[in-house]
Design a protein around this ligand. Structure first.
Ligand code: ADP
Ligand code: MG
Length: 396
């Protein structure tokens, strides 16, 4: 389809027939040269562009210099790593640096509407965040379609990470000791605490969005559903509504399943609780087959809420028309007793149905579980060797 002509922007030259502006007209009157009076264009002198700041001054002021986008030619694609709702991910070699990267292609279903808003949010948030446990966006590039028709593709470039947590947990040969789980949880909570302190809520916490490399470093990835939030909304101090159609069902907290639209960072902590349980039992702990089944599984593990445990929960839209949920008692202690009372305690606080009582990332980092033996593993000593051994075996 033929593109409409670009609107006359600030880069278009002024049409030759334009009359002089008031200022130009005054200048012409002042001028003594009769020739200039007849030719107002002669007054427009072209000045050389001088940047306001040198690159060094720019670096001092912003901590970085404007680099622009990369080029497709700099990347040699090898294998496909994954495909999700919003894009597909390939492993590639960045030739200019020799490092391995992951290319995430943003699917453009309808170019007329431009970049999907989810991708714009993801880019904006990733560019703003900088933390050792949040995946960094290292480059972006655009690929035009072959004949200039059809949508262009936009790629985001991330450092390549050897595993995602879901894949690791599916691999029976990977043995995770409680000290390894503590190491991953510590990093996950540190990254989350940083996001929440900066008023970003991830809204898709799950094992598949947590990347881990062979050095035992964990990074939170996939900011496709993330958004900035106002902390007053979750506290009920500001009347603003967000969508509740977020978070993959198995990791979705009960308040979202019940239709809550005023929430904050606490929704991520529920997902983190599900991930923690999953690391111990090696499979998703609440694999609901429908939203109703999801709620029923939550009540079976965490107890059906009542006015004492969760005041006014029945005022949420999802409770409308429901006479009574099946009554269950809380069973978290029973499920996790093998791993000690500290684990039970942190699980109880992460999987609190009442969002107001759910532990925050900052509080969780200070929980007894992290301060009782076995302590978080030292990545230099064990996880590193453990994962590398597996990779070597697989390659052989
Ligand atoms: P989606 O929105 O499609 O879920 P993700 O960013 O979660 O996109 O990426 C999908 C999958 O691709 C991940 O679950 C992971 O397996 C893989 N992946 C994503 N980023 C990387 C990376 N930097 N290194 C290695 N694998 C990655
Ligand atoms: Mg994902």
């Amino acid at each position: 389809m033929k593109r409409p002509p670009a609107p006359a922007g600030r880069h278009s030259p002024a049409p030759l027939s334009l009359p002089p502006t008031d200022v130009q007209a005054k200048e012409v009157k002042k001028s003594e040269s009769p020739e200039k009076e007849l030719n107002p264009r002669a007054l427009i002198t072209r000045r050389p562009h001088r940047p306001l700041r040198s690159r060094e001054a720019e670096k001092d002021a912003y901590g970085r210099v404007f680099a622009g986008c990369g080029m497709q030619a700099d990347y040699e694609v090898t294998t496909k790593l994954g495909e999700g709702t919003f894009g597909e991910v390939h492993k590639a070699l960045q030739m200019s640096t020799g490092r391995l990267v992951a290319l995430k292609r943003i699917l453009m279903h309808n170019e007329k509407e431009g970049m999907p808003v989810t991708a714009l949010r993801e880019i904006k948030i990733l560019k703003a965040l900088k933390h050792p446990h949040v995946v960094p966006l290292v480059d972006m590039f655009v690929v035009r379609s072959t004949h200039g028709e059809g949508p262009a593709s936009v790629f985001m470039v991330f450092p390549y990470m050897d595993h995602d947590l879901a894949g690791l947990l599916e691999n029976e040969r990977v043995q995770l000791q409680p000290s390894h789980i503590k190491l991953y949880m510590k990093q996950l909570l540190e990254g989350t605490e940083y996001m929440h302190r900066n008023n970003i809520v991830h809204r898709d916490m799950k094992a598949a969005n947590l990347l881990i490399n062979n050095e035992g470093v964990l990074q939170i990835a996939d900011f496709g559903l993330a958004r900035a939030f106002d902390p007053r909304v979750g506290q009920g101090l500001l009347d603003r509504k967000y969508t509740n159609c977020v978070v993959t069902r198995w990791y979705r907290p009960p308040e979202l399943l019940l239709g809550a639209r005023q929430y904050g960072s606490e929704i991520d902590l529920w997902g983190i609780g599900c991930v923690l349980g999953e690391m111990f039992v090696r499979h998703p702990i609440l694999p609901g087959s429908s939203d109703l089944d999801q709620l029923d599984r939550i009540w079976q593990l965490c107890g059906t809420p009542n006015q004492q445990t969760w005041p006014n929960f029945d005022g949420l839209p999802g409770c409308e028309g429901v006479k009574r949920f099946t009554q269950y008692n809380r069973q978290i202690g029973k499920h996790y007793h093998t791993w000690g009372k500290e684990l039970i305690s942190i699980m109880e606080q992460l999987l609190s149905c009442n969002p107001r009582e759910r532990i925050t990332a900052t509080e969780a980092l200070d929980h007894e579980w992290f301060w009782t033996e076995p302590f978080p593993a030292d990545p230099k000593k064990c996880v590193h060797c453990l994962l590398q051994q597996i990779i070597q075996d697989e390659v052989c």
